[in-house]
Design a binder for this molecule. Structure first.
Ligand code: UT7
Length: 328
């Protein structure tokens, strides 16, 4: 009988501090009207000086463990989708492991930007389905506002901070669990979104005459054009691999990057608004956290219940993109 990776608990955390469009109007030449029309974002959450990707991840992990009624010492692996880790090393997952007391868990991070949760969920699912582990804690956590240039209106209006987490357990004799995942990448688009300073090519503390960027750079319209096609393609491929139709999707939880991108993906799948989850108005683009936060709020609102088919899809720096089909 085949082993399935079934979601047993979900949790999330966002910082208390709210950054509204009105706040941004005071920092750059922008307006609430422009931001709402072009992105659908009204406000976002922002880490305080004492918060970071690990503190967000730890809080979301505790929430998910409580929901799953799993003790941290039982965990066998912790995987964190994150590109804004506290340090280059150690990984955020090791900081989480220590903080929650997961003494028996392996721990590693996955660097797939806004598709970080989709990639991480797939790695955990493969480990469970192969019999290597019987449970996993999967987290998407990012603190993008730490790397935003608050004088650049083309990026500073988009991003927010947060974390979401799920506890997966191995089960047999069930049709619940992760059904299919599609993972894709195109490194030729690496130049479209990057953060250059602080890596091994341009370490901090050196004098770079070219002035390498310490902040997020994004060629917004190139990424936009790519995303509109990529989101729909990944979904269609996952559905085809699973032998399912878009009409089988009970809830669509896409990466919350831009309302227009979300709507065009939903339109391509022919999904009515009640089957499309959106919360980007409150949080903006939280990178790897966006999908697990969406799943968590959907559960809290009663829109996602056991047995329902949920599709996630996301894209981001790399370029990377992908989709998960899950029977909740
Ligand atoms: O998770 C993956 C990460 N990336 C994304 O999801 C981003 C995908 N891209 C987008 O969401 C959109 O491209 C943006 C929201 C970033 C930009 O929207 P757009 O409709 O593609 O606008 P644009 O970049 O073509 O800019 C249109 C105009 C420009 O002015 P001009 O040259 O036409 O005079 C910009 O300078 O809007 C201007 N603009 C702004 N105006 C007011 C750009 N940002 C702002 C702003 N406020 N914040």
């Amino acid at each position: 009988m085949s082993i399935r990776a079934v979601v047993h608990g979900i949790g999330m955390f966002v910082p208390e501090k709210v950054l509204t469009n009105a706040d941004l109007e005071k920092l750059v030449d922008t307006s609430d009207e422009w931001i709402m029309q072009r992105t659908g974002i009204k406000e976002r959450r922002m880490c305080s000086d004492s918060e970071s990707a690990s503190t967000l991840a730890i809080a979301a992990a505790k929430d998910a463990l409580k929901d799953a009624r799993v003790d941290a010492s039982e965990l066998q692996v912790i995987i964190v989708g994150c590109v804004t880790g506290d340090y280059l090393f150690p990984s955020v997952s090791c900081l989480v492991q220590e903080a929650i007391g997961a003494k028996n868990a392996a721990a590693f991070d996955v660097g797939a930007a806004c598709a970080g949760f989709i990639y991480s969920l797939n790695v955990a699912t493969a480990m469970i389905e192969s019999g290597q582990v019987t449970n996993a804690l999967v987290i998407g956590s990012d603190a993008l506002t730490k790397f935003v240039d608050f004088t650049d209106r083309s990026t500073c209006v988009l991003f927010g901070d947060g974390a979401g987490a799920v506890v997966l357990k191995a089960e047999t004799g069930t049709d619940r669990g992760v059904i299919d995942t599609v993972l894709l990448a195109d490194g030729s688009g690496a130049k479209h979104i990057d953060l250059q300073l602080g890596g091994s090519k341009y370490p901090v503390g050196r004098d770079y005459s070219e002035g390498k960027r310490p902040y997020i750079f994004m060629a917004g319209s190139e990424v936009y054009r790519f995303a509109v096609t990529a989101m729909g393609d990944a979904c269609c491929r996952a559905l085809a691999e699973a032998g399912m139709e878009a009409s089988d999707i009970d809830l669509f939880v896409p990466h919350q990057a831009n309302l227009r991108i979300v709507d065009s993906a939903a339109e391509r799948l022919g999904l009515p608004p009640e089957r499309v989850f959106k919360n980007l108005e409150k949080y903006g683009n939280t990178s790897g956290a966006s999908i697990p936060i969406g799943l968590c709020e959907a559960v809290q609102q009663g829109r996602l219940r056991p047995g329902m088919v949920v599709m996630t899809v996301g894209f981001g720096a790399g370029l990377v993109w992908g989709a998960n089909l899950i029977r909740w």
